[in-house]
Write a protein that binds this ligand. Structure first.
Ligand code: AMP
Length: 184
């Protein structure tokens, strides 16, 4: 049973690695960023509410993303496991998730922190060229990461749930290190 949370700064390669591993394990890759981008594209009520935050590099309010994750983790395809990418991003979201997983009987997860130095992250994001990847928005996303999301490293570290992987290697090297740590 693989239930995995990916932590790491924007541009750490979470999305790519999470997708590869999920395909490998035949389980859903749940990216809150992807769900939000789809909702914005379709202009759903959620998408319309989220748009401004995403465009500015701010976090979408906890309650909105928590509802999305609640809905997603209630679908039957998550029974064999899942990989969460981009959630939780605040301590608040992390405690929500703890309770939700207990309620859904989906506990015993692992958390992987993909470590990548700051300068590498900025270069990678600028190369990626997504709509919210302008230099100003990238800078804001990194600030938000440091103040809101980085505390989760201690949060999960204190709970002895944290695995660390060096994300500053080739795609293949990261994937193979990830495979080793998640079975350990
Ligand atoms: P990502 O694709 O994970 O980089 O997410 C893109 C954007 O979606 C972020 O910059 C946030 O604006 C928003 N977002 C994604 N996940 C979350 C989350 N867990 N909490 C709040 N906002 C989120």
């Amino acid at each position: 049973m693989t239930r995995l949370i990916f932590l790491g700064p924007p541009g750490a390669g979470k999305g790519t690695q999470a997708k590869t591993l999920a395909d490998n394990c035949n389980i859903p890759h749940i990216s809150t960023g992807d769900i939000l981008r789809q909702a914005m594209k379709e202009q759903t009520a959620l998408g319309i509410k989220a748009q401004g935050y995403v465009d500015r590099g701010e976090l979408v309010p906890d309650l909105l993303v928590q509802d999305m994750v609640l809905e997603r983790l209630r679908q039957p395809d998550v029974n064999p496991g899942w990989i969460l990418d981009g959630f939780p991003r605040t301590v608040n979201q992390a405690s929500f998730l703890e309770e939700l997983l207990q309620d859904l009987n989906q506990d015993s997860k692992k958390v992987v922190n993909l470590e990548v130095p700051d300068d590498v992250v900025v270069t990678r994001l600028l190369e990626r060229g997504r709509k919210d990847d302008t230099e100003e928005v990238i800078r804001r996303r990194l600030e938000v990461y440091r103040s809101e999301t980085a505390p989760l490293i201690d949060y999960y570290g204190d709970r002895q749930q944290l695995l660390v992987v060096n994300g500053n290697q080739s795609l293949e090297e990261v994937t193979s290190e990830l495979k080793k740590v998640i079975v350990s």
